[in-house]
Write a protein that binds this ligand. Structure first.
Ligand code: COA
Length: 579
């Protein structure tokens, strides 16, 4: 079928639906709904699709569109649920189960007949965006594919739900934390319902901030609302019965201000002129400094061993890795090299694996060009350490999406295991970058030079299955987000016990030495960095404007050409590694 995706942004769910429908052989293009109905109607006419699907649309579909072509909307709530804050409310109310519905667009929002729906569990300790990219995306994918199948059958009659319930927009007044009265559990629920956007508005240290993300602190206590400590860039604040960690802050925008964006909390506070040099920003006492000993408390990097397998877990908000985060991860990685293990697994339990360098931190830096380079050098150091680890196997385990340098970071490992629902974007072009992380070595090594060139040029998202067929991924782990860590641990234990392991390590060492003799790693790095530096140092290079637009969430003026014309090419996946 010719399917047109209509979306407010080419976000994670839209990317996933796009990639999955293409895998099924449909001709899929994307048109962004950017506020101009006439433009949209003309675009739909031009595409002339059999079916329109809107995986994430924050505005109503114009009547000219849905009356001309069947249009299916993905609504993040069960059948009959309506309104703009469905998922936020489900998380804020602490529901254990929620749903997603694919319904037909009609004049009234979310009121059309239902083509398909699916339920999903809502884990109690997960933020809204993580849930959206995880359990919800899995359920939405099932429902969309079923709806497409039913539509294609030509015989299915969509049905109206028995009742409708309108849930209004969840305003900041309802999200607000009542510090003198709210328990840790209540504070966390409010933070998670607003994570990653819009955050919870709060007055704090004399300024208005949006608080982003929330994790429980098991030991520290204090006067409710008080800033107790900082750790790994996050701040800890007391509640009535404990404390919570808040990893990121965004100052509230005042009329006439520039757009403000999220930063690691300590960086945001440190940049705030009234707070510069004040004593509140002290690091948490060093008893939790070692990764082993941070268990139970907040830490964006942890290490654990099960038998002869080490698990170096990291979880950075938005998958973005700042210079500081890369350096801390490198230190933790080097510590694992002293451990008597046969296999090291790197990657978090859920959500993003990595999205490369931290564009927000770079944009907020005094000298963004210098910070861009520092961040690239720091992530390169980490990749190099992985590439030169020859005394044990390294597995990159991707619970969720990975993009740009974050996708290439995974390729440094010996094996890449990827959750079936993950979406990969192994390219840099959309940020105006040539790319680094030794991708010129690792990507062609895995997929061959032609596929490497195509992936980086097309700049389109891939499913884990398509990535496996290309040789980019070794194993697809078909499970829900909540089961991924357990499943990976099971697979890792089996791999560590396998008889062929010593021989494999020998072959790995020999291959590294051969590759080094053909072209040393430092040559790849120098070449990539030369091109990256020329971009960073050129104020007119598109990267600077693209980065600024990305961190400030400026909408593009029109649909990017490569999405609009995606149907013209449908690269069939082939596998040079025989996988
Ligand atoms: N730096 C800073 N923040 C980043 C980031 C990065 N490299 N990558 C993602 N994020 C943030 C986003 O701003 C967003 O924040 P929000 O939750 O507050 O809105 C969050 O992570 C999720 O990203 P979003 O863009 O909403 O997710 P998506 O699934 O729609 O798209 C990507 C995923 C990876 C395609 C998109 O985020 C992207 O292009 N990131 C930049 C990748 C890049 O160019 N990295 C630098 C080169 S190595």
């Amino acid at each position: 079928m010719r399917i047109l995706l209509l979306a407010s942004a080419f976000n994670s769910l839209t990317q996933r639906v796009f990639a999955e429908l293409r895998d099924l052989g449909h001709a899929v293009a994307v048109e962004l709904a950017l506020g101009d109905d006439q433009h949209l109607t003309a675009a739909v006419r031009r595409h002339d699709p059999d079916l329109i699907i809107a995986p994430m649309l924050t505005t109503a579909v114009p009547e000219e569109v849905w009356s001309a072509c069947p249009c299916l909307i993905v609504h993040p709530g069960p059948p009959g649920d309506r309104g703009p804050s469905s998922l936020d409310r489900a998380v804020q109310q602490g529901l254990a189960q929620w749903g997603v519905t694919v319904l037909e667009a009609v004049a009234e929002m979310d009121a059309g007949p239902v083509w398909a729906s699916a339920d999903f569990p809502v884990p109690p300790d997960v933020g809204k965006s993580d849930l959206y990219r995880g359990e919800l995306a899995d359920a939405a994918s099932r429902a969309v594919l079923l709806a497409v199948e039913r539509f294609a059958s030509g015989t299915y009659e969509p049905a109206m739900p028995a009742t409708h319930t309108w849930q209004s927009y969840l305003r900041q007044e309802e999200r607000r934390i009542d510090w003198p009265h709210d328990t840790t559990e209540t504070v966390l629920r409010k933070l998670r319902a607003a994570d990653s956007q819009p955050g919870v508005l709060d007055t704090f240290l004399g300024t208005e901030w949006y608080l982003h993300g929330g994790h429980p602190e098991p030991h520290l206590t204090g006067t409710p609302g008080e800033l107790l400590a900082t750790h790994h860039g996050a701040i800890c604040r007391a509640t009535t019965d404990g404390a919570v960690w808040i990893p990121e802050l965004r100052p509230r925008r005042r009329p006439g201000d520039q757009a403000r964006f999220k930063l690691p909390a300590v960086t945001a506070l440190g940049n705030w002129p009234p707070l510069k040099g004040r004593g509140e920003l002290r690091e948490q006492p060093t008893t939790t400094e070692s990764h082993q000993r941070t268990r139970g408390s907040y830490s964006d990097i942890t290490y654990e061993e099960q038998g002869t397998v080490g698990f170096l877990r990291f979880h950075f908000p938005g998958g973005a890795m700042s210079t500081d985060q890369c350096r801390r991860l490198l230190t933790a990685y080097r510590e694992t090299r002293t451990r008597p293990i046969d296999l090291l697994v790197i990657g978090g339990r859920r959500d993003f694996f990595s999205n490369g360098i931290h564009l927000n931190v770079i944009d907020a830096a005094h000298d963004p060009a210098a910070e861009s380079l520092a961040n690239i050098e720091a992530i390169d150091d980490l990749v190099e350490e992985i590439l030169t680890t020859t005394d044990r196997l390294v597995v990159a385990a991707l619970p969720g999406n990975a993009a740009a340098g974050g996708a290439m970071l995974a390729l440094a490992a010996d094996e890449v295991w990827c959750r079936g629902g993950a979406v990969l974007n192994p390219h840099y072009r959309l940020m105006g970058l040539y790319g680094s992380e030794y991708w010129t070595y690792t990507l062609p090594r895995r997929v061959g030079p032609e596929a490497a060139a195509r992936l980086t040029e097309d700049a389109l998202p891939l499913t884990a299955t398509a990535a496996r067929a290309l040789g980019l991924v070794d194993r697809v782990v078909e499970c829900g987000p909540g089961e991924f860590a357990r499943e990976v641990a099971r697979m890792a234990a089996r791999l560590a016990r396998s008889e062929g392991l010593p021989a494999r390590l020998g072959a790995k060492k020999a291959a590294r030495e051969r590759d080094e003799a053909v072209r040393p790693l430092r040559a790849y790095r120098a070449d990539e960095l030369r091109r990256m530096r020329s971009v960073f140092d050129d104020p007119a290079a598109p990267y600077h404007a693209l980065r600024s637009a990305f961190v400030r969430k400026r909408r593009p003026k029109e649909t990017p050409e490569h999405l609009r014309t995606a149907t013209r090419e449908h690269p069939r996946t082939e596998c040079p590694n025989g996988g």
